[in-house]
Write a protein that binds this ligand. Structure first.
Ligand SMILES: *Cc1c(COP(=O)(O)O)cnc(C)c1O
Length: 455
């Protein structure tokens, strides 16, 4: 393999600090610390410019499915690039985007088979929100302009996506720029807003949701939800049956159900889509992260014929969906996505996944006795371990102590890369991870939590 050997790690570090502004990063800290520069990927491992190896514990921002530099995907990409690197979907069709849509139609929930492409999770959600509102306009209900959202939700960082989100620390600054929503309680059982315990939970938070719907349906276009798992909010797992009840309520109050499967889609929860677990068919579904197996930016907003049909009309009626992104339906990304779907089958990925999910469950048991582990949450091959200062009272560590970050820095020394969500330690590896690698990942995180919280 060729590499730009002439540029030293030191030089790269300097340029990085001089020129690159990193996302969600306090750059003053970044400037001060020594940073890892990744140059290579191999299976579940990331390799830095000095040859050190790190297990990719968060699947490169929750995107990686079949491992890094997977031969079949590399070949699909190389093959496609000699045919067509990009052409627009504004006024033209393109081969790969068509085949991918047809293929996705076979696996997305029944009735969802209209695919609007974009290139990241935030845009997929912007599309969903605008589509839902314009649908209401075309249905003669322009006053239905609001959205019902959940506290603690995350749907991306563009202004529309931020507006339907509910994480204070990310969103408060931008409040003056955001549109208003009706916010429902988060199904966050460890810190239940209704004051209940997991054992006695009857999903009373859904009563508040229904109340919101009852009072506001006439001004509501849609409800936005991350199914089963609020990811960025801290790997918050919803009680079983929650999603299905939300679907029923949306139908009862005639509110479009928008499901954000950006993080949960493509196998993460143990089924192809989180909606599958509760046989839920939403009206609109957003997919991104895992769609192209972590190779290239690609997203799609999927909807039903009912929503699609509302946009049909004479040109002069202006029912067109006036939205589009330059790199919509990029052929390279679509070719990789198609090959990735084949790998799901040839690798028996979803059935192989089940024993890894059980292994993770079993290993997480060990954390229950740790004095600063407040809550352990798992959904498929995703988990969050919430660290607290006081286990009896659930008192969080003061955020300034950066406990989550410190645990991950410790893990790094032991060859594992992870990135926390506040004081919640995250496990979200590539789905292809082996049992041994998963054992290693969990073991290192456990040791790192001990080192930081039990000194
Ligand atoms: C990551 C994420 C997004 C945003 O995706 P980007 O590609 O980062 O814009 C939206 N929704 C959910 C649930 C996510 O996890």
């Amino acid at each position: 393999m060729q590499k730009q050997d002439s540029i030293t790690t030191e030089q790269l570090r300097q340029w990085d600090k001089r020129y690159v502004w990193h996302p969600f990063t306090q750059m003053q800290d970044w400037q001060r610390d020594e940073q890892i520069i990744i140059a290579k990927g191999e299976g579940c491992w990331l390799i830095d410019t000095d040859g050190n190896r790190y297990l990719d514990g968060v699947a490169s921002m929750w995107t990686n499915v079949h491992g890094h530099c997977r031969k079949e995907l590399n070949d699909a990409l190389k093959e496609q690039v000699d045919f067509l690197e990009h052409s627009t979907l504004l006024g033209l069709g393109s081969e790969q985007s068509i085949i991918l849509a047809a293929r996705l139609a076979e696996i997305t929930p029944e009735g969802l088979d209209r695919f609007f492409y974009s290139d990241n999770g935030s845009t997929a959600m912007e599309v969903a929100v605008k589509m839902a509102y314009q649908y209401q306009v075309h249905s003669g209900r322009p006053e239905r302009s609001r959205f019902i959202t959940f506290r603690n939700a995350y749907h991306g960082d563009t202004i529309g996506a931020v507006s339907v989100g509910g994480i204070g620390i990310y969103h408060t600054t931008f409040k003056p720029l955001m549109f208003e929503t009706y916010q429902a309680p988060a199904p966050y059982c460890y810190r239940c807003e209704c004051g209940l315990k997991k054992e006695s939970c009857g999903m009373e938070c859904l009563d508040s949701l229904e109340e919101l719907m009852k009072n506001n349906a006439a001004s509501t276009a849609g409800l936005v939800i991350e199914p089963l798992l609020q990811g960025a909010g801290g790997m918050i797992v919803q009680p079983a049956g929650f999603l299905k009840r939300v679907r029923e309520l949306c139908s009862r109050y005639d509110i479009l159900m928008i499901v954000d499967e950006v993080a949960t889609g493509f196998g993460r929860t143990g089924a192809m889509f989180a909606c599958n677990h509760e046989d839920v068919v939403p009206d609109i579904m957003a997919l991104s992260k895992g769609i192209a197996a972590g190779y290239l930016p690609l997203a799609v907003t999927v909807t039903s014929d009912m929503v699609y049909a509302a946009f049909l009309g004479d040109y002069a009626e202006l029912k067109t969906f006036f939205h589009g992104h330059t790199f919509t339906g990029n052929p390279l990304a679509c070719a990789v996505a198609l090959r990735s779907l084949q790998l799901f089958q040839s690798d028996n990925l979803l059935s192989e996944l089940q024993s890894k999910i059980s292994l993770l469950k079993q290993r997480l048991e060990e954390f229950t006795v740790m004095p600063h582990v407040g809550d352990i949450r798992q959904c498929g091959l995703a988990a969050g371990i919430e660290l607290v200062e006081n286990r009896e009272t659930g008192t969080p560590y003061p955020w300034e102590e950066r406990v989550g970050i410190r645990v991950c820095l410790e893990a790094r020394k032991l060859g594992v890369f992870s990135r926390p969500l506040g004081n919640t330690i995250v496990i979200f590896p590539p789905l292809v991870i082996s049992h041994d690698e998963l054992d290693l990942l969990v073991g290192v995180l456990q040791e790192s939590i001990r080192a930081v919280t039990e000194k």
